[in-house]
Design a protein around this ligand. Sequence first.
Ligand code: CMP
Length: 152
Amino acid sequence: MEPPKILGARPVEPDDFEWLSTGLSGVAFFSKLGREQLAEVLPYMLHIRYAAGSVICAEGEPGDALYLIHSGSVSVTKSGRAQPLARLEEGDFFGEMALLFGEPRSATCTALENTEVFCLSAIDFARVVERTPEMTRALAELARARRNRGTE
Ligand code: CMP
């Protein structure tokens, strides 16, 4: 498989905070975090730009990070299925299932166009999970619903 084409990567900058703190209020993962907790997570996130067509995470691989789409779109596909499971856009996140369930990636996530994401590594995610059980429960509920949709 072609390696993902990363066009650039940088830490989260102060300008991102506004988008992240307002944009994230609708995101299950982050909506449960208070401002202080959010401020703790953000420095650990990376902003990555992927070229159109890049596989950001591949079905069957170990989960090493969680992603939040800043701009662009991502197709979620699974082997043996003709149709994509989902198309994810700005504000959507992906890659949470492998981290939460300790399983390999359940699907392949491919950038449909040049796509920017905020990425949180599994190690930093584990730190957040430890501190925010309520948020983790909400995220796990969402992940279970996604999983059920994927196996229908
Ligand atoms: P993960 O299994 O870590 O890696 C692939 C990701 O695709 C998965 O986490 C979810 O974030 C996402 N995904 C899997 N199935 C679905 C679905 N049915 N709807 C939306 N997203 C999904």
